[in-house]
Design a protein around this ligand. Structure first.
Ligand code: NAD
Length: 448
């Protein structure tokens, strides 16, 4: 038996095992694995490890940095909370070599041996730090949602394109095979004509009123608040819970929405909806979290496709299934010939044949990445666009912001994506949410 037959047999065996383990169809796994012979994900050589700085050493920042050490060396960490910075120094010390700790990211940007940033700060800090990265010519793995406002988005797109840096948005579901499979099938008409996409996001937290308290030692609360209006320190405004306040984020619409709405956007394949309307089902508690927790948002696209975003209380804000019989978070695509459901647990269809039948060779294939961080570092080396480049990250965040603006105004709105403005009735009020006044000194001049 020749070596071709042996390696072909072991290749097929590997594919069968992987298909069984992942629940993905065999044809899709075979295509994946044969594409895997590309240099993608190749570990860098000893002289090919960029210096990495982690800005924002909270839950996700440390998670991302832990991933990044497969391709680079953490040489600096930065946080406005000394305890978070100290914990990151401890975590990323290798063989007695500790990364240096900073409290002002601008000092990190001055270092020549920092080539790459991981930006794991809260949403209201994303843009200024990413703009600083563009000005200092550092590549950046930028956590989602890319921006706090739609106006920030256009600004960061222009800055990144002008500077030539690589920016990967942290919407890692695009690098997950099952989400790409779902999107490719939808794009290639496997469901016939796509009529409706439905997204379920975990409901937000409805809690409060909260009491203010002294600022914890080691936290620079003024710096943490940055561009947002100054408020007394309240524990629930700060670490991790900031996402339930409009001052710093947009509730689950921009948090989980940055992932699932992004997949709907990828499958639908149009830049933006033309109409958005919404309703909310509970009022925020005065003095508590102010982002709507339970809501429904309906988008309409120019080709007649609808996208409905709903919240579910059956999953926690961390995505755990609180009620396994209930409605999980995820995305359902409905077409004239059937439906596909996909989430982080799996993919299924109205008829299993919809998944099993291979796509033809001339089918539309979407950008393929098997690991979001690996794709970023590959692009750092190749200078090619990553899977979730700045424009994609901006357009995907825009979908979430449009929903949040509709919820906040309570109005049915018309969106013109070519000029990135609302038009028609209520345009004046809605356009007021596209940009926010930034509190000095944390405005654009902060990183100029
Ligand atoms: N991709 C994902 O799956 C995923 C998951 C969770 C969170 N996230 C995103 O990651 C970001 C952080 O979320 P988190 O849950 O880790 O929040 P977190 O509150 O745990 O961490 C944020 C950290 O940033 C620090 N920080 C704030 N302003 C700073 C500044 N100007 N300079 C330096 N540090 C600053 C905070 O002190 C804190 O340590 C959010 O944008 C969130 O949407 C993404």
């Amino acid at each position: 038996m020749n070596t071709f037959h042996v390696s072909r047999r072991s290749f097929l065996k590997r594919c069968t095992m992987l298909a069984a383990a992942t629940g993905l169809p065999l044809w899709f796994v075979e295509r994946q694995l044969s594409a895997a012979e590309e240099p993608a994900n190749k570990p860098p050589g000893p002289n090919d490890r960029p210096g990495v700085a982690l800005i924002g050493c909270g839950g996700q920042g440390k998670n991302d940095a832990k991933n990044a050490v497969n391709w680079g060396d953490i040489v600096a960490v930065c946080d406005v909370d000394d305890q978070h910075a100290a914990s990151a120094v401890k975590q990323f010390t290798v063989e007695g070599k500790a990364p240096k700790a900073y409290s002002d990211f601008r000092r990190v940007l001055e270092r020549d041996d920092v080539h790459v940033l991981v930006n794991g700060t809260p949403d209201h800090w994303h843009t200024l730090i990413n703009l600083g990265a563009a000005r200092a010519k550092k590549d950046v793995y930028a956590e989602k949602p890319l921006t706090l406002t739609i106006a920030e988005g256009r600004r960061i797109v222009e800055a990144v394109q002008k500077s030539g840096i690589i920016l990967q948005t942290g919407t890692q579901q695009r690098s997950s095979q099952r989400f790409r499979l779902a999107c490719e099938l939808v794009r290639n008409g496997r469901l016939g004509k796509l009529q409706q996409a439905r997204v379920w996001l975990p409901a937000g937290l409805r809690d409060g009123p909260f009491k203010s308290s002294p600022v914890p030692a080691g936290l620079n609360w003024d710096f943490w608040q940055g561009q947002a209006p100054a408020a007394d320190y309240v524990t629930e405004r700060c670490h991790a819970k900031f996402r339930f306040w409009y001052e710093y984020s947009g509730g689950t619409m921009t948090d989980w929405g940055a992932h699932h709405n992004d997949i709907a956007y990828w499958a639908i394949g149009l830049i933006a909806p033309t109409k958005v309307e919404s309703k909310h089902f509970s009022e925020p508690i005065p003095g508590g979290f102010n982002a709507y927790a339970d809501y429904e948002v309906n988008y309409t696209y120019a080709n007649g496709v609808g996208l409905q975003i709903n919240t579910t209380k059956d999953d926690s804000i961390y995505g755990e299934h609180l009620n396994p019989q209930g409605q999980p978070n995820g995305i359902r695509f409905e077409g004239t010939d059937g439906w596909i459901w996909v989430n982080r647990d799996g993919i299924k269809a109205s008829n299993p044949e919809l998944l099993k039948t291979p796509l033809p060779a001339d089918a539309v294939h979407l950008y393929q990445s098997k690991n979001h961080m690996a794709n970023f570092f590959d692009c750092v080396r190749s200078r090619q666009l990553p899977i979730c480049d700045v424009e994609t990250g901006h357009r995907s965040a825009t979908m979430c912001h449009l929903g949040a603006i509709s919820l906040r105004t309570g109005k049915s709105l018309t969106w013109d994506s070519t000029v990135e403005q609302f038009t028609g009735e209520h345009a004046k009020e809605a356009n007021g949410y596209l940009v926010r006044e930034m509190r000095a000194p944390y405005d654009y001049s902060f990183v100029s």
